[in-house]
Design a protein around this ligand. Structure first.
Ligand code: HEM
Length: 497
């Protein structure tokens, strides 16, 4: 009997049967009442469309938003992803329903590997562990000067180290990102380890390289996360090497540094973030939360989230200076008037430098350093407007679309700092439709530090230099999308004023 049936089936029939089965399976396993979105293929969903978009994935997201609206869904492998491109809906989701939508994706291949090999920190954890680690990290950062005068001086010292390097370069073209990464990494080092590294230190150069390598990969939509079988393909192997292996090497490096710290720890003299963390562990009933692996992982989070993002922001500012010399001149004139050449700018000068505040704000809006933020996850079934999204759905705040929406921002693609000034030239901070650090309980925990670093280095650099492209070259303002959106490597000059 079986032979007869098999005999009757030719290759075409088997193929058609399989196709119908896969489409049926895909349809049956797709949750109902989900937001609309582009049709995908069985098993892989919309992976091919994203892959085909290559370096234009953000443009594809824009096209899907135009086609399907402010809330649309796609499928990658067996995972459902919902994109929100409207500020009000994102507030309802990430803030009002923050208890449902503040999880992080857990069963993605690379994320699992990072967690397995280096432990749980703030960025990738969820639930009670995340809340506690986030609380302690914020408290410790505050205790070690974030938002206070004491840290301001350390950031200024680091800014002067950057000036020194540029002066030594004597106006030769420079690739700014590696230098600015050292600046941002050293600020984190001084909070965490109570010390800074020399810019020529080999370990330090390696550390900043690894942090940048890990964070600049196109991780958010990487096929290996959604179809783990692709980990055997060359592209899969490369991204695992660049991300997971980098984190493991940083973890090993921190292991050695932290061991030395533990050996010299004295509870009566808390020197830095690490000492405070050790103290929290010995004072706590939940000591396992603060074990050595979690401590290393939290520190890696601060390096990973705090170095590349800040360096990317600062690199974009300098590139925009080279592209918009009139903006740069006006910033220099304002600094000369308010601060002069005899001292460094301080955070107190912010209120007297409205144009500089407007330039920084406009860079955040127009460039979108974190275009799709960090993916969230629904920890249980929840509502996004009229749609029902099941537990485990990945929810993405489409920050770039909110910042470039012509309804919110006239001529959204034009760089226009004046949009944040009133008729008397006062700075008007945006109250809505603006969220470079995201919103809700998961929002960036380094915002205060990042804003301090950005303002102080910005002022220190325009006080001392003019940034220009080499003769006959134009700046390329198209970036590349990894986890962050960073400028393409292009050397340009810092000329002493
Ligand atoms: C200009 C610089 C920066 C930008 C644009 C930025 C932006 C962001 C964004 C969009 C998120 C995702 C929030 C979400 O999931 O909804 C985030 C998370 C985070 N950021 Fe930043 N960030 C910057 C600098 C920093 C710095 C300097 C630090 C630390 C020293 C830091 C630490 C973190 C951490 C730990 C998280 C994860 C928070 C959590 O999961 O609870 N960031 N950041």
């Amino acid at each position: 009997m079986l032979d007869t049936i098999l005999g009757a089936l030719d290759t075409t029939s088997v193929f058609v049967f399989l196709l119908v089965f896969l489409i049926g399976y895909y349809w049956l396993t797709s949750p109902k009442n989900m937001p609309p979105g582009p049709m995908g293929l069985p098993l892989i969903g919309n992976l091919l469309q994203l892959r085909a978009a290559g370096s234009n994935q953000l443009e594809l997201l824009k096209k899907w938003r135009q086609q399907y609206g402010d809330v649309f869904a796609i499928r990658l492998g067996s995972k459902n992803l919902v994109f929100i491109s409207d500020y009000k809906i994102l507030q309802e989701t990430f803030v009002k329903n923050g208890d449902i939508f503040s999880g992080r994706p857990s069963n993605l291949y690379i994320i699992n590997q990072i967690k397995k090999k280096t432990g749980t920190g703030v960025i990738l954890s969820e639930g009670a562990i995340w809340k506690e680690l986030r609380r302690v990290t914020l408290m410790t950062m505050r205790d070690f000067g974030v938002g206070k005068k004491s840290l301001e001086q350390r950031v200024l010292d680091e800014a002067l180290a950057v000036v020194e390097v540029l002066e030594k370069g004597e106006g030769q073209p420079v690739l700014f990102k590696p230098l600015l990464s050292k600046f941002a990494c050293n600020v984190i080092c001084s909070i965490i380890l109570g010390d800074r590294f020399d810019y020529d230190d080999k370990t330090f150069i390696e550390l900043t390289k690894l942090v940048n390598l890990a964070v600049s990969q196109p991780l958010v939509f990487a096929p290996v996360n959604f179809l783990p079988i692709t980990r055997f393909a060359p592209a899969g192997k490369k991204i695992i090497h660049d991300v997971v292996d980098s984190f493991v090497t940083i973890d090993n490096f921190l292991g050695t540094v932290l061991k030395e710290h533990e050996e010299t720890y004295d509870p009566s003299e808390i020197r830095d973030f690490v000492d405070f963390y050790i103290k929290t562990r010995s004072d706590s009933d939940d000591a396992h939360l603060y074990d050595a692996s979690n401590m290393r992982r939290v520190i890696i989070d601060l390096f990973a989230a705090g170095t590349e993002t800040t360096a990317t922001t600062l690199s974009w500012i300098l590139l925009y200076f080279a592209a918009y010399p009139e903006v740069q001149t006006r910033c220099q004139q304002d600094i000369d008037k308010v601060v002069g050449q005899g001292r460094s700018a301080t955070m107190d000068d912010r209120k007297n430098l409205p144009y500089i505040e407007a330039v920084i704000t406009e860079i955040f809006r127009v460039v979108n350093i974190a275009p799709v933020a960090v993916p969230h996850v629904a920890v249980k079934e929840g509502k996004i407007r009229q749609y029902t999204v099941p537990a485990e759905t990945i929810v993405i705040g489409n920050i770039r679309e909110i910042h470039l929406d012509p309804v919110n921002w006239p001529e959204p693609d034009i760089f226009k700092p004046e949009r944040f000034l009133d008729k008397d030239g006062n700075f008007c901070p945006p109250k809505k439709n603006f969220m470079p650090f995201s919103i809700g309980p998961r929002a960036c925990l380094g915002e205060v530090l990042a804003r301090m670093e950005t303002f102080l280095l910005f002022c220190t650099l325009v006080q001392s230099f003019t940034f220009v492209m080499p003769q006959g070259q134009k700046p390329d303002l198209q970036g590349q999308f990894g986890v962050t959106y960073s400028g393409k490597p292009q050397p340009f000059l810092a000329k002493r004023r």
